[in-house]
Design a binder for this molecule. Structure first.
Ligand SMILES: NC(=O)c1ccc[n+]([C@@H]2O[C@H](COP(=O)([O-])OP(=O)(O)OC[C@H]3O[C@@H](n4cnc5c(N)ncnc54)[C@H](OP(=O)(O)O)[C@@H]3O)[C@@H](O)[C@H]2O)c1
Length: 332
């Protein structure tokens, strides 16, 4: 039977881990700050869709090193840490956990998150996943799922001649099947190309809304979309990404992908008071996912000869704001 290891069991990891566990598949977790709470009581999940339930993972580890000592053959290692390549290279922590037949699944926002794993583990199948979900961990071990469960999974195959293509494709289908059997009805397997298109399309939303919420001192998504000046700014950033991505990827977006106007209209109507998680990270003094949401898209486009000046402005301002915030904190 497949053994699944969730690496970084916070909001997203514990939520999807708890659903995969409903299939009877053993699911273990690597925790960090929530280790003691989860070891003692497991996770309590609340969800408008799945109700309230408790999930006791098969094994609970305080670190990747502790998981290595268990000497389990992991069929899937699902990485759900925040993607912070400027803080740590989390792929290095998986050395000794990946064995022949392990597929690494990255459920993280941003672009370029797969590369460190792809370079470090050339024999492993790398699966790239993008989720539209709203989940949080308000206290250690308590997972609040608020809405949405969309998750798209694709094999990461940047080199078309890769001999292990077929294996990565079958592992993508198998992993997506686990999610669907666990009750995630809108989990869908995509090709490499379509998954990268989804990543870029989500960048249009994340790179416009997240930094703008921080720079406007914590505005909600709806407030920003309803403000005439901010709405122009959001549309400008989205258009920059949505017109650059097809040139970088060499194909137009599928017709069903939402336009910038549609995204703004639906955000205006969806006045749930929610703010991007980047605002929460900024406010609590945690590192923000700036590199994967802004820096990597800018660099990937630039390498192909395309500039994204609005993105560049947001990136430069927020990176310096974060540096200054951290300097001020270290003087306290
Ligand atoms: N939450 C959402 O609704 C949502 C929606 C779509 C996409 N995403 C994306 O999904 C990814 C995960 O987000 P999230 O909201 O689930 O973040 P999160 O709640 O902060 O969970 C990340 C978990 O990883 C743990 N972790 C980090 N480094 C670790 C290490 N070296 N060893 C063990 N554990 C480690 C963290 O522990 P600590 O508590 O000690 O830091 C935390 O529990 C991000 O890329 C995010 O942008 C999130």
């Amino acid at each position: 039977m497949a053994e699944v290891l969730i690496f970084g069991a916070g909001a997203v990891g514990a939520f999807y881990g708890s659903l995969i566990a409903k299939t009877g598949t053993p699911v273990s977790v690597v925790c960090r700050s929530n280790y003691s709470a989860v070891k003692a009581n497991g996770f309590s999940v609340t969800s408008p869709q799945y109700g309230s339930f408790t999930w006791t993972p098969t094994r609970v580890f305080p670190s990747a090193d502790a998981a290595k000592e268990a000497k389990v053959h992991w069929s899937y290692i699902v990485v759900t840490t925040k993607a912070l390549p400027d803080v740590s290279d989390d792929s290095a922590l998986l050395e000794g956990l990946v064995s022949p037949g392990t597929a690494i699944v990255l459920i993280q926002n941003g672009l370029g998150v797969e590369d460190p794993y792809y370079s470090r583990f050339p024999q492993a199948s790398i699966l790239s996943a993008v989720t539209i979900v709203s989940a949080s961990q308000p206290s250690h071990g308590k997972i609040a799922h608020n809405r949405w469960t969309r998750i798209n999974v694709g094999p990461y195959l940047p080199e078309t001649h890769s001999s292990s293509q077929q294996v990565a494709i079958s592992r993508t289908e198998e992993f997506t099947g686990l999610l669907v059997s666990g009750g995630v009805k809108d989990a869908e397997a995509y090709t490499h190309q379509k998954l990268q298109q989804v990543r870029w399309h989500k960048i249009a939303i994340n790179a416009s809304m997240n930094p703008s919420s921080v720079l406007s001192n914590g505005s909600t998504n709806a407030t920003m979309s309803l403000d005439p000046d901010l709405a122009i700014h959001l549309k400008g950033v989205m258009e920059e990404v949505l017109t650059t991505a097809p040139k970088v990827l060499g194909a137009p977006f599928p017709k069903e992908f939402a336009t910038s106007d549609r995204i703004i209209r639906s955000t205006q109507k969806n006045d749930s008071g929610s703010r991007p998680s980047m605002w929460g990270d900024w406010e609590s003094g945690r590192p923000m996912e700036l590199e994967v949401i802004l820096g990597n898209p800018i660099r990937i486009a630039r390498a192909k000869g395309y500039e994204m000046p609005r993105m560049q402005t947001l990136y430069a301002l927020l990176k310096m704001a974060q540096t200054n915030r951290d300097k001020a904190k270290s003087k306290l």
